[in-house]
Design a protein around this ligand. Structure first.
Ligand SMILES: [Zn+2]
Length: 109
């Protein structure tokens, strides 16, 4: 395989891993209501893909889970969300981790 071939092969693997990571978050979201422990499991798998392939975490996924205890965040259930002075403060109800993110109003598309 040529050098370029290997590069393309790696990029392809990374792309597939990124898709799988996003899919795992969708699955976690869907299953949280019934089996929250399974949602946490999906988050752990997604995180493993992220670290293994050195993937970038899309901004919208940053508020979906706790990076410390890797539990899925459902506002009002597994985390507490507060919006104050242009910032979102999320408190993990499992480990107590607090993250502050800039608040961006959703754009109409
Ligand atoms: Zn946590």
């Amino acid at each position: 395989m040529s050098r370029k071939g290997i590069q393309e092969w790696k990029a392809e693997h990374k792309r597939i891993a990124a898709e799988r990571m996003e899919r795992l978050f969708e699955l976690a979201e869907g299953i949280f209501g019934g089996r929250p422990e399974l949602a946490d499991r999906y988050v752990q798998l997604a995180w493993r893909l992220k670290t293994r392939y050195n993937l970038k975490l899309p901004a919208r996924l940053k508020r979906k889970f706790c990076r410390k205890c890797l539990s899925f965040w459902k506002p009002g259930v597994s985390c507490r969300v507060r919006v104050q002075s242009g910032r979102v403060t999320i408190t993990c109800l499992k480990c107590g981790r607090i993250v502050r993110l800039p608040y961006k109003p959703k754009k109409k598309e």
